[in-house]
Ligand binder design. Sequence first.
Ligand code: PMV
Ligand code: MG
Length: 359
Amino acid sequence: MIEVSAPGKLYIAGEYAVVEPGNPAVIIAVNQFVTVTVEESQENGSIQSAQFGNYPVFFTRENDALVLDKRDNPFHYILAAIDMVEQYAKEQHQDLKFFHLKVTSGLDNGRGTKYGLGSSGAVTVATVEALCQFYNLPYTPMILFKLAALAHLSIQNNGSCGDVAASVYGGWIAFSTFQQDWVAAQQKQLSLTQLLTIVWPGLQIEALTPPCDLRLAIGWTGTPASTANLVDRVQKSEAKKAYQKFVQESNACVSALINAFQTQDLTKLQEQLQVNRTLLQELSNLTNVVIETPALSRLINIANDFGGAAKSSGAGGGDCGIAIFSQQQDIQPVLTAWQEVGIHALPLSVYEKGEQHES
Ligand code: PMV
Ligand code: MG
């Protein structure tokens, strides 16, 4: 049996601007996982996921396309990942087979409420990698990223795919997205194998080493938020000029933040995190989209009171906030103060690729 896990993620900085090619974000992989198992089967296959009620959905195939026994199904990301890898498998002259595929997830609270740790990205990455192994296909992290990004974009087309990158590469990364229109145009002309081997303009994924005295705390508001919906609303906003200014200022801020990683300068890193918070507050004011909810403001203010730098993570509107302290600081009082105002500290740490973990 094949078993593959992919980690969840959290945005540290650069949100919203990163949706436009050429503008960086800093993202981490966290040590909570989605796990996919695949086992060969005969005559029909099945897909079962703890994220969607845990009942198996059976499939057969017609002209190589998956035909589900149940029509209306919630497995879009998993199906898109299967489609993408099977297209790659056919180009690599592999016969399609049946299999039982099972997903378990540690990226929600066990009662179906997500933390905002990127479960759709992680499930896409884990499914793509498990099936690449199942069909004995050659892959590198970059091929995995591209297959998972294409699958993910076929379902949700307004994201940067930073969550996919964090899940594939692990650790702390600086990420800029690719020119999605260019890739979509190439997809119509080239074979998938060719598309996987050419350079995608704009795409940059670079590993970052945090300053050794950095300490990260993650707080969950208890309220889930829809990234796709928030990004839609920000992009539909009429304030086009002010939005362009935000993108430029975010670019300068996150570039300085990345530089602070390179020079191991925790103070500068914390300063730029505060700048990014202010930029996101301005974006919120000009678009009327609530990014920093009252719960996230409470989380940030408490972290600031205890000498940390903090901000909303990702699209905001709920989900998680992050706070960065130095190792010398005792963060127990922060966690206690968070608890008093209804913020749950998540006991997560950054996941480095290849590290042992329990799924
Ligand atoms: O809310 P999250 O953690 O899924 O992050 C979304 C980050 C955005 O920049 C707003 C969108 C994206 O796809 O990069
Ligand atoms: Mg979110």
